[in-house]
Design a protein around this ligand. Structure first.
Ligand code: BES
Ligand code: MN
Ligand code: ZN
Length: 518
């Protein structure tokens, strides 16, 4: 479909490409060197909690000296000390030697970046201290780059640069030691993954006044086409012609028109199959007529974090060239109250033909995804994954550091969990019991959009989605808890985390067709 895009909306940034954080990371020069470069102002060195120093720390700090200053080598602990000449050394705790894996190494690297945030050139031996594999170089690169990420676009005088706003100054990053080839490959992959996460963070952090559904679709066109993907955008007329009644029902209350985006990556090598990814792209969730409280909507500019993760993952694929065809879909709209808004009790006819009684307009994510999933499965992919800030109930169940996964294919759920473990974005499964299905029976329509009460709210959300995936193996990621953090922590900064971009990339790279179900 040709993109009939961009009815110009108010307040759009002149140049949609400059989201700030991602530019800063893209500009960082990542290199490998056998020895510590003279120009590096800061060297991060690994210290395990046995305090058996792997290399002599420049500046001659001994284990006893470090211990006397309270440094124990536990994971993520940092101590800044003077090095040779004018340089600085940061002792970085790696914790227990036997427990070290890429997830822990990435965290330690994030802490190094925080400790050295004033430094334009960071070098580190962290990766080679962990082992010779490229995965260690990759994890350290991700950690240092993401630990330097800040969202400063709207700080006056910052001009989109973290440095100008008094944030991190990183311009160069050098991995020291280890086999050159592994380090170079790992560093390159690490930079791609960190940049994707930064893009997802930028989009989610961007206020809803500037990141309208149209602006989000434009960002997909820009990032996707720059990466060499095919991107098509359906505007609100096309969405109507395509009978996406649930997406339109959510969009009805907003002055901003909705958008539906399709992004396609085609491998040059022989394909192992097709993976579809669908993202919830609510650019602002006021709740609609079932209006949220003032506090409840404070963070709802980030209700498009699922779509941002899909967009960023898709845009990263060509650089990694996995032998898998991947199609990404973004369901973009606002959820607003107005005289035109969908009312509680209204019935929407979805693209699949199934009807949904909307009893709470704040349960809007499952509505837009119902239509997005329907389009995705019509193309008969080998598997479909959706990612959404879907329910507050998942936060009650799993908190803010683990996301929920539900679905119809154990094999696909397992692949998603393995990907999450590798990238440090853990998933935990919940069931979708048939015994609960009657909770979404409707008096007047095929189903209703809410269940019996708050007890199993995350499952109810998934249960509605399940109605629209047919027999395509499906997994649903509920990231309502993990999409934002209220405090700086290692390689994540307060605000939107970009959670899911790296998981989706890893899932695509390691994708294997799951068995068809039913
Ligand atoms: N976007 C919210 C879910 C959410 C809540 C995300 C908190 C991040 C933080 C979603 O659209 C929503 O409002 N869900 C409702 C569903 C309910 C009305 C059945 C919820 O979880 O309360
Ligand atoms: Mn809502
Ligand atoms: Zn929402």
């Amino acid at each position: 479909m040709p993109p009939k895009t961009a009815t110009k909306t108010k307040q759009q940034p002149a140049k949609a490409a400059n989201w700030g954080g991602v530019e800063a990371l893209t500009a960082v020069e990542v290199t490998h060197s056998a020895k510590v470069p003279d120009e590096a102002g800061t060297l991060g060195v690994a210290v395990f909690d046995d305090m058996d120093l792997p290399v002599n720390i420049p500046g001659a700090a001994t284990p006893a000296w470090l211990r006397a200053r309270g440094f124990t080598g536990k994971l993520g602990e940092t101590l800044v000390l003077p090095g040779d000449n004018d340089s600085t050394v940061v002792a970085v705790g790696l914790g227990e030697r036997a427990k070290l894996d890429t997830a822990r190494l990435r965290r330690a690297a994030g802490c190094l970046a925080r400790a050295a945030s004033r430094e334009p050139h960071i070098a580190t031996t962290l990766a080679s201290a962990a082992g010779s594999g490229a995965e260690f170089a990759q994890a350290v690169t991700e950690g240092v780059l993401l630990g330097s990420y800040r969202f400063n676009r709207h700080k006056s005088g910052a001009n989109g640069s973290a440095e100008a706003a008094g944030g991190p100054k990183l311009r160069r990053f050098t991995l020291v030691g280890g086999p050159a080839k592994g380090a170079a490959n790992g560093a390159a992959r690490g930079k791609v993954l960190a940049t994707a996460t930064a893009l997802a963070r930028d989009l989610a952090n961007e206020p809803a006044g500037t990141l309208s559904p149209t602006a989000l679709a434009n960002a997909a066109v820009e990032a996707g086409r720059a990466a060499g993907l095919q991107v098509t955008v359906w505007d609100e007329k096309k969405v109507l012609a395509e009978r996406m009644g649930a997406l339109l029902g959510v969009a009805a209350g907003s002055d901003e028109p909705c958008r539906f985006v399709r992004m396609e990556y085609n491998p040059t090598a022989k394909s192992r199959g097709t993976l579809a990814m669908v993202g919830k792209g609510i650019t602002f969730d006021s709740g609609g007529l079932s209006l949220k409280t003032g506090e409840g909507m404070m963070t709802m500019k980030s209700d498009m974090s699922g779509a941002a993760a899909v967009l960023a993952a898709m845009a990263a694929l060509p650089a990694l060239a996995p032998p898998v065809r991947v199609v990404g879909y973004l369901c973009c709209t606002e959820n607003m109250p107005s005289g035109k808004a969908t009312r509680p009790g209204d019935v929407l006819v979805t693209r699949s033909g199934k009807t949904i009684e909307v009893l709470n307009t704040d349960a809007e994510g499952r509505l837009v995804l119902a239509d997005g999933l329907a389009v995705a499965v019509e193309e008969q992919p080998d598997a479909v994954v959706d990612i959404a800030t879907l329910t507050g109930a998942i936060i009650t169940a799993l908190g803010k550091k683990v996301a929920g996964v539900m679905g119809t294919s154990e094999a696909l759920i397992e692949q998603a969990r393995a990907a999450g473990d590798r990238v440090g974005e853990p998933l935990w499964p919940l069931p979708i019991p048939d015994e609960y299905r009657s909770q979404i029976d409707s008096e007047v329509a095929d189903i209703k959009n809410i269940g019996a009460g708050p007890q199993n709210g995350a499952i109810t959300g998934a249960m509605v989605l399940k109605e629209f995936v047919g027999d395509i193996p499906w997994a649903h990621l509920d990231i309502a808890g993990t999409a934002r953090t209220e405090s700086d922590d290692s390689f994540v900064s307060k605000g939107c985390t970009g959670w899911g971009a790296r998981l989706l990339i890893d899932l695509a790279v390691n994708f294997r067709k799951p068995a068809r179900r039913r």
